[in-house]
Design a protein around this ligand. Structure first.
Ligand SMILES: [Zn+2]
Length: 359
């Protein structure tokens, strides 16, 4: 399959070029500049082709409770015994359908991989939504409902809600069991209070949030080069502040997530716009490059989650989105950041699966 007449956001540098992409057996065989005379090629009509989004942090179980308790404090909403958990208990039967609907929403908005932090211990990681096809998911469970090893056997690792939720011994068990099974260990940290030091002691594969991390904690994370997944729109919605986005982007690998479906929508177009503008505003930096945020929302998520690199590079897996080109656009990367939306998606190519609208 060939896609011609495209504006390709190419390579890990995300540099725009005009040309064509040849895909064979689910991989990018060739990227060429200029025209392509193959009559069977799909004409992108100057549409923009960019690596699919990776939603690197989401809680899908609460897809059944969007905006519940929107004016309550974070602890009352998603803390232990909070509104979220009351609804999950009351409407347990609806959870698989809720997750299924969210997966469809992700596909429709250009997200082809995600990392779901699943609550509910062993029962939580056993939930399987009934949908035919959807984005690739990394599922991180929580201890509970059996020994930790049985939870790990059913998922890709552990997502610790907060170091404050566990005793020292419990944290030690989580760390040892996860390492023994060679699975992912991720930790929510400094969403409200700075608990980065304790989180780093677990040797996590990545941290989530860093919203209220103090300078010394940021330094410690940068020194270890621990990747960080930020969720700026969810943080803003919860009224807990915003992380130092520019500093994080410049000093470690940053990926982006939309966090709880209860709190925030899954649309990564909205997330990149908010993140990019918030980063510029907080740092008072009009020169902050949009590509740093686009890379965080696409390629870096794959890197942090240990998935295949989806930068548009010859030899890589084909995993990209095609969006319509609007008239008069000067900068295709900025167009993705704040002028285009999921409704502008013309198609997606994920490995051997090709879905391109005709019009
Ligand atoms: Zn979270």
């Amino acid at each position: 399959m060939i896609i011609k007449n495209a504006t390709i956001i190419a390579g890990t540098e995300l540099l725009p070029m005009e040309g064509y992409i040849k895909v064979k057996d689910g991989r990018i065989k060739e990227i060429g500049s200029g025209g392509c005379h193959n009559k069977n090629a799909v004409d992108a009509k100057r549409g923009i082709v960019f690596p699919s989004f990776t939603n690197a942090h989401v809680h899908l179980m609460d897809s059944i409770a969007p905006d519940a308790g929107a004016y309550e404090k974070i602890g009352r909403r998603v803390g232990k015994g909070g509104i979220k958990f009351q609804i999950l208990e009351e409407k347990r039967k609806d959870i698989p359908a809720g997750i299924g609907a969210s997966l469809k929403e992700m596909t429709a908005s250009g997200t082809t991989a995600f990392c779901d932090f699943r609550e509910g211990g062993l029962n939580g990681v056993k939930i399987k939504p009934r949908i035919k096809a959807g984005p690739s998911g990394i599922i991180l469970g929580r201890p509970g409902g059996g020994d930790i090893s049985s939870v790990l056997d059913k998922c890709d690792g552990i997502g610790v809600s907060s170091v404050a939720d566990y005793s020292k011994n419990e944290l030690k068990d989580i760390k040892n069991a996860t390492r023994k099974k060679k699975k992912i260990l991720a930790v929510h940290t400094a969403e409200v209070k700075d608990d980065v030091k304790a989180a780093l002691k677990l040797g996590p594969d990545f941290l989530v949030h860093m919203t209220n991390a103090k300078s010394a904690s940021l330094e410690a994370v940068f020194k270890k080069k621990t990747p960080v997944v930020i969720c700026p729109r969810a943080n803003a919605m919860l009224g807990v502040g915003l992380p130092k986005i520019k500093e994080l982007l410049e000093n470690t690998t940053v990926a982006i997530g939309t966090d709880n479906v209860m709190i925030n929508s899954l649309d990564m177009f909205r997330e990149v716009e908010f993140t990019f503008k918030a980063a510029r505003a907080l740092a008072k930096d009009h020169g902050l490059d949009a590509r740093a945020v686009l890379g965080a929302a696409t390629i870096n998520g794959r890197k942090v989650l240990g998935l295949e690199n989806n930068s548009i590079t010859e030899g890589n897996v084909a995993d990209f989105v095609i969006v319509k080109r609007k008239k008069y656009l000067y900068d295709p990367v900025l167009a993705i950041m704040h002028r285009l939306a999921s409704g502008d998606i013309k198609g997606t190519v994920v490995g051997r699966s090709v879905c391109i609208k005709k019009s």
